[in-house]
Structures are given as C-alpha cells and as structure tokens.
Ligand binder design. Structure first.
Ligand code: 5RP
Length: 220
C-alpha cells in the first residue's frame, strides 16, 4: 500500500452511517473515495457531495449516493488531500484544479480531514505554486494585476491550451516563494475582481492525517 492510500483509508474509517460526506479531489482523495465506496457496497448508508467531476464520476462508479450541493445541506465530514500543510493547518490546495468546489464544500463541513503523505507537511507554505482561479473575462487584466502584486503568475496549461476548471475558469499558478501571512494574502487575492478564489485554505482543516515513510500514521 502506498502512503497516500494508507492516510486516505484511515480517514475513510471516520465515516459513519447516516453521515453527509464531502469527497475531495486528487490522487490521495481517490483512495478515500474507493474505500468509502467499498464500505457503501458492504452496507454503509451515506449521502455525499463531490468536489469535482472526476470525483463525482468515481463515486458514482462505486455506488456512493451523490447529491447536488444545494440539496445536501450541512456536511458532517469532508475528506480531501492538499499540496502543502503547515504546522498551523494552513493549506495550499488546487494542484488538481478543484480548489473552488473544494473550498465551498470544506466551508460547509463540520469537519475537514486532510489526508497526505509526509512530503506535503512543510514549515512554511509557498514552495508549491499557489493556484488562483480566474474568470476568462478580462483574464489578461487579472493576470497583469497578479504580476504587479509580485505573484509571478503562470497560466496553467493542458497540452497547448489554457487549462480550464470544472467551472470553466482559468488557473494562474503563482510562484510566490515563502508565504509569511497566509490569511492576509488569501483576502488580498480574493478582493481582486477577476479572481474567483485561490488555493489558500486558512483555518479550515480540523484534522490532518499524514502517512509517514515507515508506514505509520500521524494524526495531527
Ligand atoms: C485538488 C487538490 C488536491 O487535494 C491536491 O492537489 C493534492 O493532490 P494529490 O492528493 O493528488 O497529491 O487540491 O484540487
């Protein structure tokens, strides 16, 4: 079993009968969805909302009942991955492009469990480029504004085309270097009119499950 799978399957054991569950996106969340799917096949009764089209498809393949976000109400628990986690549980997310739905689902959850291998635990955020979701309208203006702010943005590409999120938006990956003040930057970025959201998750995670090289788990 790889480390992502170990962390994700441990998190899946937090899901209980009758819960409403948010399903994350990415290669770690994948294993959580598969394990939850196995448990649904064994009789676990839950309702879920997915944070991306890919996770929606995977969950449906396992027979996990998927409910539209607007109909599900408050969620008990969301399990999701992260690109970086700092000691205060601030996160960078969005490497898989699903940051907007992930943040909406996380904000509507009583508990956000982050699953990761040890490589994601950092002292300071910022080595991983911060994804910023940008509306296509006036995208060049927004990009230039990010440049002027010193964010060093680069459009995320998918082959020769600009990458499009499930929401039809673009992603500017910002090469900021060390992020000293995540909360302030989060607000500053989201105040730009062309920015839909960014990958900083501040004060959102409740539990971080890290699988270490020796196969043991840290629950932080
Ligand atoms: C997707 C995400 C992912 O959770 C993040 O990129 C981590 O992915 P992985 O588990 O594949 O390393 O935020 O938008």
């Amino acid at each position: 079993m790889n480390l992502k799978q170990i962390a994700a399957e441990h998190a899946a054991s937090f899901v209980e009968d009758g819960m409403k569950v948010g399903l994350g996106t990415g290669s770690t969340a994948y294993y959580a969805i598969c394990r939850i799917g196995e448990r649904v096949r064994e009789g676990l009764n839950i309702q879920a909302v997915a944070t991306s089209e890919a996770s929606d498809k995977l969950a449906r393949e396992w027979g996990i009942p998927i409910i539209p976000f607007d109909q599900i109400g408050r969620l008990d628990l969301t399990i999701d991955g992260a690109d970086e986690v700092d000691p205060e549980f601030n996160l960078i997310k969005g490497g898989g492009g699903a940051l907007l739905r992930e943040k909406i689902v996380a904000a509507n959850s009583d508990r956000l469990i982050i699953v990761a291998d040890g490589s994601k635990a950092v002292q300071k955020l910022g080595k991983f480029p911060l994804p910023v979701e940008v509306v296509p309208f006036a995208s060049e203006w927004t990009f230039q504004t990010l440049e002027k702010m010193g964010c060093q943005p680069r459009w995320r590409m998918d082959r020769q085309e600009r990458y499009l999120t499930d929401n039809g938006n673009l992603i500017a990956d910002c090469h900021l270097g060390t992020i000293e003040h995540a909360a302030e930057l989060n607000v500053q970025l989201n105040m730009l009119p062309g920015v839909v959201d960014n990958g900083l998750f501040v004060d959102m995670a409740n539990l971080v499950i890290i699988a270490k090289e020796d196969g043991t788990i840290d629950e932080l």
